[in-house]
Design a binder for this molecule. Structure first.
Ligand SMILES: Nc1ncnc2c1ncn2[C@@H]1O[C@H](COP(=O)(O)OP(=O)(O)O)[C@@H](O)[C@H]1O
Ligand SMILES: Cc1cn([C@H]2C[C@H](O)[C@@H](COP(=O)(O)OP(=O)(O)O)O2)c(=O)[nH]c1=O
Length: 216
């Protein structure tokens, strides 16, 4: 089981329709059954201000720099107001998307400069005193699904926002971006083969957390 005095920061990533939302609530229940307090949250969003930025960025046309800056502005507020306090209380923070999404979508998807995103990551995720390491997730669960399959699932599920309406080639670049992020920090990532029935994906997700002794 997890050390209940220590905060745990887990993020969930993947292209739109990869299946993240389907499994996050079940994981929250599994952590609660293990005696942990869970903060469930998402990006962009997670605070009233960041949710306003989310509504703008998901609906209003803008250039990739605006997009990236708004994502990081929302993230800074969310990190300081929600994530850091929850971790300081020793809670489990389950966050639907974080900085890997900005690299995958604005960087690899839109073609925005990755080194600028790297600088923004440094600025935004520095939360403590000098010498404190950058805040990064303890684990990032990547739902890897071919873009054509995700598009098929989404077409049956909901009307698209500004990102979900983009063509399959965009999501192929985003998926490649996630692969690159994982290659750059393999210890932090767990890759899930999301192209399986829901129950098989759920088994794979649970095994990632069981292996670490975090859930029963
Ligand atoms: N393994 C699966 N097989 C088939 N459909 C799935 C699977 N997982 C999720 N779905 C469906 O695909 C759609 C997108 O899933 P969702 O969890 O909302 O994805 P995300 O949160 O990653 O965008 C939903 O309609 C969901 O019910
Ligand atoms: C966090 C983040 C999300 N996004 C995009 C990805 C998604 O298309 C969208 C919202 O993500 P998400 O909440 O996963 O959408 P949904 O709940 O509809 O599945 O924002 C970025 O482009 N950059 C980012 O940094």
């Amino acid at each position: 089981m997890t050390n209940s005095t220590q905060g745990l920061f887990v993020t969930f990533e993947g292209i739109d329709g990869a299946g993240k939302s389907t499994h996050i609530a079940g994981l929250a229940d599994a952590f609660r059954s293990a005696g942990r307090t869970v903060t469930l949250t998402r990006e962009p969003g997670g605070t009233p201000l960041a949710e306003k930025l989310r509504a703008l960025v998901l609906n209003d046309p803008m250039d990739p720099l605006c997009e990236a800056l708004l994502m990081f502005a929302a993230r800074r507020h969310h990190l300081l107001e929600v994530i850091e306090p929850a971790l300081a209380r020793g809670e489990v923070v389950l966050c639907d998307r974080f900085t890997d999404a900005t690299f995958a979508y604005q960087g690899y998807g839109r073609g925005f400069d990755l080194s600028v995103l790297g600088s923004l990551e440094q600025w935004v995720q520095h939360t403590g005193q000098d010498g404190q390491p950058l805040r990064q997730p303890d684990l990032t669960v990547w739902f890897d699904l071919p873009p054509e399959v995700a598009a098929q699932r989404l077409s049956q599920a909901r009307s698209p926002d500004r990102f979900e309406a983009l063509p399959t080639e965009f999501f192929a670049r985003v998926a490649h971006g996630y692969g690159q992020r994982m290659a750059g920090d393999p210890q932090r990532f767990a890759r899930i083969s999301a192209n399986q029935p829901v129950e098989a994906v759920w088994q794979e997700v649970q095994s990632v957390f069981r292996l670490r002794g975090w859930i029963a």
